[in-house]
Design a protein around this ligand. Structure first.
Ligand SMILES: [Zn+2]
Length: 454
């Protein structure tokens, strides 16, 4: 018989349209999956957990992060996108050994679990050798997080005789190797996606190659669209015309896309992952949250760079919400000479962005993103009795606006606790921290003479 867990007497924000929000409710987990959500549930064999004072939500989804930069926390925080490209992609990134990728990915993923993220879109684009790639996957596997490993390619300045990265197609042989050697099990916690250049960062021929490659293997093709001028400015229209743009495509940022382009993409099923803090800090522009909403869509959200900003998804959601409210309020004052009659976006929607919307962007919404019967038991128990959250009148508002790391009491992935009573359960935490600091020190020693290092 499978191990059963029964969480009793909690506030449950299911993010399932049928189930809704429930007070004094119970959640029964059978093995890896949610068996029942409701009131007065019972099970003779379940381990019973008292959920009094707890708010239970679906595990958060961080749809876009470059976890390989974890050892560089704080290093890029004052940099624009131009400095970031010069110092990271053409600089520090070139010194990463496979072991640096491993420890950054393991520790970055563990911190995601620590902060309530149970599903991570890990966008790994510093993998010059198969060993780098394998070590990143190893880090994800060891962490116990659910993830899509987006296999990318490095972006160094070309050496004499080498092609610029924008002219290099995504390596088919690596995709075939990974699918054969690492991603055979459809039930595994880690699955494969492609982190391609896309027309913003590649020639049209390369874009076509990479889109076709992803489609051939039924993989998500995720790509950045922001930063410096586009390499192929008319690429999106051409891809649509060539019937290559579709619902297996995910666009990160998208700040410079026109409304017509956004509409075309939304109609084709393209998803969007926004990273508000890096977008505004590095110079991409304002997040397109409101523009997507106006077109009937919604974003998923991501941390992007822990080398620059916080890894907490609640911070990301709050920042996205406040920024769009500010833009909407300013627009209303400008056009109507008054504020909107109420906030243009309610907190519930922000919680959708970091749960079910993230799951949709990663094509995992049949498994996670809501506390629905039959889905995987990926959840967070938030301790709402602490001074920073107490008293709770409207749970969803308190969760979005007041939850901090100190409230993340327990985190479960596939029915298994990864964090319990405020402590991560991973055995390698202290050893991992030591390895992470050594990795960071070695990498930064290469940057000492750079004028922007401060
Ligand atoms: Zn990114």
């Amino acid at each position: 018989m499978k191990h059963q867990t029964l969480i009793q007497n909690a506030t449950i924000l299911s993010m399932d349209n049928q189930l809704g929000d429930m007070e004094n409710a119970d959640l029964l987990i059978d093995g890896q999956t949610i068996k029942a959500v409701g009131h007065q549930l019972s099970s003779s064999s379940a381990e019973v957990i008292d959920g009094t004072g707890m708010i239970v939500i679906p595990g958060l989804v961080n749809a876009h992060m470059h976890t390989w930069q974890t050892a560089l926390r704080g290093v890029t925080s004052n940099w624009t996108i131009l400095e970031y490209f010069a110092n990271i992609h053409a600089g520090l990134a070139t010194n990463f050994k496979p072991s640096d990728i491993y420890i950054a990915t393991l520790m970055g993923a563990l911190n995601q679990l620590n902060c309530g993220t149970t599903t991570l879109g890990d966008w790994c684009h510093n993998n010059p050798t198969p060993d780098h790639t394998d070590q990143a996957i190893q880090g994800l596997l060891e962490s116990g997080i659910r993830s899509v490993f987006f296999h990318g390619s490095p972006k160094p300045d070309p050496k004499p005789g080498q092609k610029h990265f924008s002219e290099i197609p995504h390596p088919r042989s690596e995709v075939e190797r990974l699918l054969k050697d690492k991603f055979q099990d459809p039930h595994a916690l880690v699955s494969l996606g492609l982190a391609i250049l896309g027309p913003h960062y590649s020639t049209y021929d390369v874009a076509v190659h990479d889109f076709e490659l992803a489609r051939e293997f039924s993989l998500i093709a995720s790509m950045h669209c922001a930063g410096a001028a586009a390499k192929t400015p008319d690429g999106w229209e051409r891809l649509a015309k060539d019937k290559l743009l579709g619902d297996n495509n995910n666009i990160v940022h998208g700040n410079n896309l026109t409304d017509d382009q956004l509409k075309m993409m939304i109609d084709l099923g393209v998803t969007f992952s926004l990273t508000p803090e890096t977008e505004m800090t590095q110079g991409h522009g304002f997040p397109i949250t409101g523009r997507l909403r106006n077109l009937g869509s919604a974003p998923s959200l991501g941390v992007d760079l822990e080398s620059g900003v916080s890894g907490e998804m609640f911070s990301v959601a709050r920042l996205a919400l406040a920024t769009q409210r500010a833009l909407d309020n300013a627009h209303s004052k400008e056009t109507q000479n008054q504020l909107p009659s109420t906030s243009t976006i309610y907190c519930k929607e922000a919680l959708e962005w970091i749960t079910i919307r993230g799951a949709q962007a990663l094509k995992l919404d049949h498994k996670v993103g809501s506390l629905s019967v039959g889905k995987q038991a990926d959840l967070v128990m938030i301790d709402a009795t602490q001074l920073n959250m107490f008293p709770v009148h409207q749970a969803v508002n308190s969760v979005i606006m007041q939850t901090s790391l100190s409230n993340i009491d327990s985190v479960m992935v596939a029915g298994e606790f990864k964090k319990r009573h405020g402590k991560l359960l991973h055995p390698k935490l202290e050893e991992g921290k030591q390895m992470l600091i050594e990795s960071g020190k070695r990498l930064l020693s290469e940057l000492k003479n750079h004028p922007t290092h401060a």
